[in-house]
Structures are given as structure tokens and as C-alpha cells.
Design a protein around this ligand. Structure first.
Ligand code: HEM
Length: 241
């Protein structure tokens, strides 16, 4: 614990913690995208995946861990960014690069908006704020019908397009952070520039295209057939009995 506190007292330590917490968040987003893409296999696959997560004995441990990681990442990210900004006031006269300033501004603004998105998103799809009865529907196995939740939510154009906009911001944030991550961890080298550049594009495109495709597919009506015509069962299904 003391070591962590000592680390947080140094500028390089704070950058390292931002990078390491960023790796966990990146892995979470990749996993989340993979899990959500099971929607293309069908309702049963997505609901089984969600059920597996919800029944995990580790669920609350992972949730609390993620909350701590997001808080650490955001708090230290803002701190590092402000420190860089004041350091640059001195370096400014010496000609600090416009690119560096734009980079930090983009990271800070996109990071803050993504944080607001995560709060709204958890309230929307996990807690069911302002949800109707579809939110509580269970499938024939008694699993929460997350498929119906998504189709119902993304049929509303403002919700679908807000998610798509948020995913583009996630993409901007990830694109810069994956590259910065390689640099902070000391992996970035001029000789391997195109390799790391290619790798960061691959990760970002997978996450952004994968996640944007879901609200888009629902807006175009490609996934809606599985819930079309289904009546919403009363809240006396197996889960609510
Ligand atoms: C179109 C894109 C996205 C879709 C369709 C989506 C879908 C979902 C769904 C269905 C849930 C609820 C799972 C359940 O309660 O069983 C959920 C929860 C969550 N999502 Fe997303 N998500 C998207 C993007 C993101 C992004 C980009 C992030 C992070 C930056 C994120 C972070 C979370 C978190 C933290 C939870 C709460 C997990 C928990 O229950 O503890 N999501 N998402």
C-alpha cells in the first residue's frame, strides 16, 4: 500500500498508474464488445452470455474493482493532464508542439464524456432507469432477456445515435491511448512504428465498428425479427416468481 502511495506521489508513477488502469479498461471494452457481438448469433447466445455474467460469484468483486479502476484512471488522468499543462506554460515559450496540446485536450474531453456515458449507460441498461416492462422480460429459460432490452432501446433513434456518437468518442480516446500506452510502457520504438500503429488501429476499429454495428443494425431493423410480435410477459416469469 505504501509503495502504491509513494508511486502516486511521483509524476512518472501517476502516468504509469494511468497506463496500467487503462490496460484493464481496454481489456474490459474488448471483452464487452466480444460479449455484445453474440447478439448476431441470436437472442439465446446473448442472453446466455449475460446470464453467465450476472450469475458469476465474482460479479460484485469485478464491479467494485472496475469502479476503483475507472475512478483511479479518471482522477489521475485529469491530474497528469493538468500537470502537463502547467509544465507546458514554461515550455510554451520554448515551442511546445501544437500536436501535443491537441492530443491532451482530446484525451481530457473525450475521457470526461465517456465517463458521463458510462454512468448513463449503466443507469440505462443495467439499472433500468426509466425502463418499461420489456426491461424485466425473461426468456423461455428464465434468463433476463438482454436481447429484447437492446432491441427495444435502440429502436429509439435518439438513443441509438447517442450510443454511436459515444462509441466514436471511445474510438478517439482509445486510438490515442493505445499508442500512448505503448510509449509509456517503453514498447514504442521508431523501428516498430508501423507495427504498433497498425495494432492500435486494429484494436480500435474492432471495438468501434463492433459496438456501433449493434445500434445501427437495430435501427435498420436487421435484429428486430427475434422480438417482433412477442408480447411482454407479465412480471411473474421464473425470475420474478
Ligand atoms: C453500443 C455499445 C454498447 C452496448 C450495446 C452495450 C451493452 C451493454 C449491456 C446490454 C449491458 C447490461 C448487461 C446486463 O445487465 O446484463 C451493459 C453494461 C455495461 N456496459 Fe455496456 N454496452 C456498450 C458500450 C459500452 C462501453 C463503450 C462501455 C465502457 C466504456 C460499457 C461499459 C459497461 C459497463 C461498465 C456496464 C455495467 C456492467 C455491470 O453490470 O456491472 N459499455 N452494456
Amino acid at each position: 500500500m505504501n509503495r502504491l502511495l509513494n508511486l502516486l506521489n511521483t509524476s512518472i508513477g501517476r502516468k504509469l498508474v494511468v497506463a496500467i488502469s487503462g490496460i484493464f479498461l481496454l481489456l474490459f471494452v474488448i471483452g464487452h464488445a466480444l460479449g455484445n457481438l453474440t447478439i448476431y448469433i441470436g437472442p439465446s447466445a446473448l442472453n446466455s452470455y449475460a446470464h453467465w455474467l450476472q450469475q458469476s460469484p465474482m460479479l460484485w468483486l469485478v464491479r467494485l474493482g472496475m469502479l476503483a479502476i475507472v475512478t483511479l484512471h479518471l482522477w489521475l488522468g485529469i491530474k497528469v493532464s493538468l500537470e502537463n499543462r502547467s509544465a507546458r506554460r514554461i515550455a510554451y515559450q520554448a515551442g511546445s508542439s501544437l500536436w501535443q496540446r491537441l492530443f491532451e485536450q482530446r484525451m481530457l474531453i473525450s475521457g470526461l464524456i465517456i465517463f458521463i456515458f458510462i454512468v448513463a449507460h449503466v443507469a440505462h441498461l443495467t439499472l433500468g432507469a426509466a425502463a418499461d416492462a420489456t426491461f424485466y422480460r425473461v426468456d423461455e429459460r428464465g434468463f433476463v432477456d438482454v436481447y429484447a432490452r437492446l432491441v427495444t432501446a435502440f429502436q429509439t433513434p435518439t438513443i441509438a445515435w447517442s450510443y454511436i456518437t459515444a462509441m466514436l468518442l471511445v474510438g478517439i480516446h482509445l486510438k490515442h491511448s493505445v499508442r500512448a500506452l505503448f510509449q509509456t510502457m517503453g514498447f514504442f520504438h521508431d523501428n516498430y512504428f508501423s507495427l504498433f500503429e497498425g495494432l492500435s488501429w486494429l484494436i480500435v476499429l474492432f471495438v468501434v465498428i463492433g459496438l456501433c454495428s449493434i445500434p445501427l443494425a437495430i435501427q435498420f431493423g436487421w435484429l428486430n425479427h427475434a422480438v417482433a410480435g412477442l408480447s411482454i410477459p407479465s412480471l411473474t416469469g421464473p425470475r420474478f416468481a
